[in-house]
Design a protein around this ligand. Structure first.
Ligand code: AVI
Length: 283
């Protein structure tokens, strides 16, 4: 499924809760990279640019860099309208001099910049390793149109690591990730008049080493059928819906992917356990 379907108002809140879980290391690790290296990141990326944040969410990450980057303008791009508008309003309060734009869109099918945007060099900021929710081919297709000479990209990438760490990050003891996954069925019930019985599906998260990705599935625990609009779908016990993939890369592997999209690796920052990387590319 396209990752965008996870992020209705409730799904966005559940994702924020995931980011606070002890098992979900990516957010904390990336925040620590910003805390340790923000001034250097800004120096390398360049100040005075038009800063465009893809999947801006609650705006917590860009806030760590803002004072150092001192952008000419900021554009938050997100699929979730409520979250986008509250985050950009908060940013505007904190930086009254800054031109702030909110673009509510699914940038996976192409990003259209606001017409009145200053013609300065752009810095695309794509934190959180959300690029991992696209297949490598989709990731190339997404990054390629952004690669205009003079522009830069600062992107968070989750690195390949041991199975245990990965699988518990996507199957936490509290069951928040399970709720995030099951919310897709609840959302289909709410918005598509489906009648999924959530108690008859269970959350599954497995690392596929060959494909270098975590897969999330919803597994039918019994034989059952579900109505969606006028259509009936049958599930065998144990049959699964593949709902999300989260690709994990090496720095070199991701640099090779980005090169196919016209981006050259300029600088890397990783934590000492090499769990997560923040990578700066030039077009
Ligand atoms: C948004 N994205 C990077 C998250 C990830 O880690 O793939 C989505 C997520 N799915 C389950 N937990 C978090």
């Amino acid at each position: 499924m396209s990752p965008k379907w996870f992020y209705d108002a409730l799904g966005s809140k559940l994702f924020d809760a995931i980011c606070d879980l002890p098992e979900y290391y990516p957010t904390r690790t990336e925040m620590k990279l910003f805390a340790d290296h923000a001034p250097e990141m800004a120096r390398r990326a360049g100040t005075g640019r038009v800063l465009i944040e893809l999947g801006s969410g609650n705006g917590e990450k860009v806030r760590r860099l803002m004072a150092h980057l001192r952008p000419r303008a900021y554009v938050g791009v997100d699929i979730s309208k409520e979250v986008l508008h509250s985050a950009t309003a908060k940013l505007k309060d904190e930086y009254p001099q800054l031109s702030v734009y909110a673009v509510c869109s699914d940038f996976s099918s192409g990003f259209r910049a606001p017409a009145e945007l200053p013609a300065a060099a752009r810095l695309y900021f794509y934190p959180g390793s959300s690029i991992g929710n696209f297949t490598p081919e989709q990731a190339v297709a997404l990054l390629k149109p952004l690669a205009r000479p003079g522009d830069a990209l600062l992107i968070g990438v989750d690195l390949i690591k041991d199975r245990q760490t990965l699988e518990s990050a996507y199957d936490d003891a509290l069951g928040v990730t399970a709720a995030f996954n099951l919310n897709l069925l609840a959302r289909m019930n709410r918005e598509l008049r489906a009648d999924f019985d959530l108690s008859r599906f269970r959350h599954v998260a497995r690392f596929d080493e060959g494909l270098s990705r975590i897969e999330m599935h919803l597994e039918s625990t019994t034989e059952q059928s579900v109505c969606l609009d006028e259509r009936k779908f049958s599930f065998a016990a144990g049959e699964r819906l593949h709902t999300e993939s989260s690709y994990k890369y090496s720095v070199e592997g991701f640099a090779a992917l980005a090169a196919r999209a016209g981006w050259t690796l300029a600088q890397r920052w990783t934590d000492e356990r090499r769990r997560f990387a923040e990578l700066l590319f030039e077009a």
